[in-house]
Design a protein around this ligand. Structure first.
Ligand code: ATP
Length: 257
């Protein structure tokens, strides 16, 4: 049999009153794949991210992560199973250094794990922290931020702040990474630099990426596959070439692009 998809949605539906925010949406994310999710306002993109991350339970349908049915799992449990998400609003802690910003999630999760880890004979807390620090240094290099590691993360240009956020999500080597409008607020060069990092980690670490983005040109340039949502339904699913030449998609979203 083939390796399971990193993420698999099967006929997921979510209703708000009489409105179907998602209507039997299916989607598969192969290991190392970068998939873009586009669609007009109200198409269901945010609802889909909420269903994948476990903030919202679908009325019908199934969510699988690395072949396991996680439909009923909490967001926390999904995170431990290898799912990470960034949000539309940049979340960088200005009173910490850039490196500390990458390590901050560890500190939050450190508590219980230390005791349990010792009980099952896992590496001691100190050696794990050293390993994470080394991993953070690696990620900083991947993001091109190694020279800024000790800089306080205040007043950063949006492009740099988004790389710091991306770095934080990458420290734990997620299997699946959800990015919410990563190109928003970035100029062309910054957006392409961000996409280069995403491309590198998908190839080198096998991380699968699903990104919601209003900038359709960005998605066409950088994603391996694209899903187009329209009023809660999948209008199209294909390569950038296929999406570019899809009549209904052209009519609805691409205009003269
Ligand atoms: P945008 O690009 O504007 O963020 P979107 O593609 O993310 O839009 P969703 O936010 O997922 O779309 O919304 C899908 C549909 O579900 C819309 O009709 C929206 O009005 C409706 N909806 C979303 N959240 C709720 C809610 N909490 N209560 C009622 N209706 C909702």
């Amino acid at each position: 049999d083939r390796a399971p998809a990193a993420l698999e949605l099967t006929e997921v539906s979510v209703h708000f009153g009489g409105i179907a925010a998602l209507d039997e949406v299916s989607l598969s994310l192969a290991p190392g794949q970068v998939r873009g999710l586009i669609g007009a306002n109200g198409a269901g993109k945010t609802t889909l991210f909420d269903v994948i991350s476990g903030i919202r339970t679908p009325d019908r349908g199934r969510v699988e992560l690395l072949g396991r049915d996680v439909t009923a799992w909490s967001p926390h449990r999904r995170a431990r199973a290898g799912l990470r998400r960034t949000f539309q609003r940049v979340q960088v802690f200005g009173w910490l250094t850039i490196e500390e910003n990458l390590l901050v999630a560890t500190e939050w999760r450190g508590g219980g794990g230390g005791v349990l880890g010792d009980l099952v004979g896992a590496p001691t807390r100190r050696s794990r922290e050293a390993a994470r620090r080394a991993r953070a240094r690696q990620v900083l290099a991947t993001c091109g931020l190694e020279d800024m590691a000790d800089r306080q993360a205040t007043g950063l240009p949006t492009g740099t702040a988004r790389l710091v956020e991306l770095g934080r999500a990458l420290v734990d080597d997620p299997a699946v990474l959800l990015l919410d409008e990563p190109a928003s607020g970035l100029d062309h060069a910054e957006a392409d630099r961000f996409a280069d990092v995403v491309d590198a980690i998908s190839r080198e670490s096998g991380t699968s990426v699903l990104l919601v983005e209003h900038d359709v040109a960005f998605v066409l340039r950088h994603c391996h596959r694209i899903t187009v949502l329209d009023l809660g339904r999948t209008l199209a699913d294909g390569t950038p070439e296929e999406i570019r030449s899809h009549d209904a998609v052209r009519a609805a979203y691409l205009g003269a692009a």
